[in-house]
Design a protein around this ligand. Structure first.
Ligand code: NAD
Length: 470
């Protein structure tokens, strides 16, 4: 981290506190904001994004050579879809829900109101820097919250575009962005936010949750981990290879829900690896480095981290099945498959978060299930099979944030389904109504119409006893 003179550090803290106080005031006003006002803000945000599509593509390319098509697919399109979906549904979400009375509640009218939590904090990672900053922001705006936003320091070009968008659309009393490293996050986390939405690693997720605990602030934690993929003996090998190679190597393997390691049935292992090699050549040509469709590792630190995971495995007896080329000048690591993974290597313990896929084989699916269950619950688990019972067995016997059968990573794109992890891979959900709910408090309001509940007061006679025995 860059050294900061104490004078400026305290200036940063003072600025954070100043904006926080402004947002607390604004959050009170936003409690009564209506659908039309929230929709107008979302439309303004949408237009600001639309008018900067080229700038977003350029920034993503400047930060880690993210291919423009991947920027459209994974950064811009999902946010525009989320905004469109929110605009269409916000009226229904804001109306809340009517619930029917039980016998004891007879004579009451009950509604669940979704009230804005208030001032929120959004901390984002670098791997989908635009998407993972703006996606929760859309939910915060839809829910009527204010937001203090901290993007990752590792993608400065994307941060510059984000700053431009946020400053163009919002006044700082509603949405304000703070750039910087851990010191800025730490200063933000000291404040008593009404909700924190954090996307990043499980290790930092624990830091965020500990800070939130001091104020009993609610949290949404979108974390990561090692997501397994299983290819069984009945799978369509060619289609499975196409799908896994895309899910694993788009964004240079730096995707939270990318397959982290793969179990293939031993009877189809050779055919599957051959199909993977063919697919990689089809996707990126003979020289991946020259392909315009393959991104780079985000920086030298992560390049060194991934290379050392790969080298440690290879030095201890693992074999190279595909790829393996590296170039430190360019933070380039080719799409790489390794096999014969020795036990107790870091590559099977740490989230790889880069373009290296360990391939293990199995003969008994129960052993795969045992191995998955021995590790922290993953963010995703994928199975490629033509046998529905096999898929069902694996789903029932394991736990994961989300899953696909005969596909991978696309669960992120489904707005009508919740996206989130479980335990070590996350707490809470995002997207669509689940994002709206993350930034809302579900407030039960019971209106007494002609309730008899006051008859439940002492003296506790037989009538009361009969009522509560129901
Ligand atoms: P990270 O946890 O290192 O950083 C995330 C954010 O937290 C950054 O803004 C960073 O500045 C800040 N931060 C870092 N250290 C901090 C500290 N000690 N205290 C407070 N804030 C701190 O994660 P990353 O490297 O940016 O992203 C990669 C991780 O994020 C992977 O584990 C990946 O699986 C996960 N991820 C999850 C999702 C999801 O939706 N579940 C999406 C993308 C990435």
């Amino acid at each position: 981290a860059q050294d900061v003179h104490p004078k400026f550090e305290s200036a940063m803290q003072a600025d954070i506190q100043r904006v926080f106080a402004l947002q607390q005031q604004k959050a009170l006003a936003l409690r009564s904001s209506n659908k039309t006002e929230r929709v107008a803000k979302l439309k303004k945000l949408r237009d600001a994004i639309l008018s900067r599509q080229d700038a977003i593509q350029q920034a993503c390319y400047a930060d880690f050579k993210k291919p423009p098509v991947e920027v459209d697919l994974a950064e811009i399109t999902p946010i525009l879809a989320e905004i469109k979906h929110s605009i269409s549904h916000i009226g229904k979400w804001m109306r809340g829900e009517r619930v029917w009375p039980t016998m004891l509640m007879f004579g009451t009218k009950t509604r669940i109101r979704y009230e804005p939590k208030g001032v929120s904090l959004i901390i984002a990672p670098w791997n989908y820097p635009i998407n993972l900053t703006l996606m929760p922001l859309v939910s915060a705006i839809a829910a009527g919250c204010t937001a203090m936003v901290k993007p990752s320091e590792m993608t400065p070009h994307c941060s510059a575009v984000l700053r431009d968008i946020i400053n163009d659309v919002f006044h700082e009393d509603e949405v304000a962005m703070f750039e910087g490293e851990v010191d800025v996050s730490t200063a933000l986390l000291e404040l008593p936010f009404d909700h924190i939405f954090f996307t990043g690693s499980p290790a930092v997720g624990k830091v965020v949750m500990a800070a939130a605990a001091k104020h009993l602030t609610s949290v949404t934690l979108e974390l990561g981990g090692k997501s397994p993929v299983i290819v069984d003996e009945s799978a369509d090998i060619k289609k499975a290879a196409q799908s896994v190679m895309w899910g694993k190597f788009s964004n240079c393997g730096q995707t939270c829900i990318a397959p982290d390691y793969l179990y293939v049935h031993e009877s189809v292992k050779d055919a599957f690896i051959k199909a993977c090699r063919e697919q990689l050549e089809h996707a990126y040509g003979k020289d991946t480095k020259a392909s315009p469709d393959f991104a780079r590792v985000v920086n030298a630190r992560h390049y060194g981290r991934i290379k050392s995971l790969m080298d440690e495995a290879l030095d201890n007896g693992a074999t190279l099945l595909a790829g393996g080329d590296t170039d430190s000048e360019d933070n380039f690591i080719a799409p790489t498959l390794i096999g014969d993974i020795p036990d107790n290597t870091r590559i099977m313990e740490e989230e790889i978060f880069g373009p290296v896929l360990p391939v293990l084989s199995f003969s008994d699916i129960n052993q795969v299930v045992q191995r998955i269950n021995a590790a922290p619950k993953p963010l995703a688990l994928y199975i490629y099979t033509k046998n529905p019972q096999q898929a069902e067995r694996v789903l029932t016997q394991t736990s994961a944030g989300g899953s696909c059968i005969n596909s991978c990573v696309v669960q992120y794109l489904h707005i009508n389904a919740p996206f989130g992890g479980v335990n070590n891979s996350g707490i809470g959900n995002s997207h669509g109504v689940w994002g709206f709910k993350a930034f809302s408090h579900e407030r039960t309001v019971i209106e007494n119409k002609f309730s008899v509940s006051h008859w439940l007061a002492p003296p506790y006679n037989n009538f009361v006893k009969r009522m509560i025995a129901i």
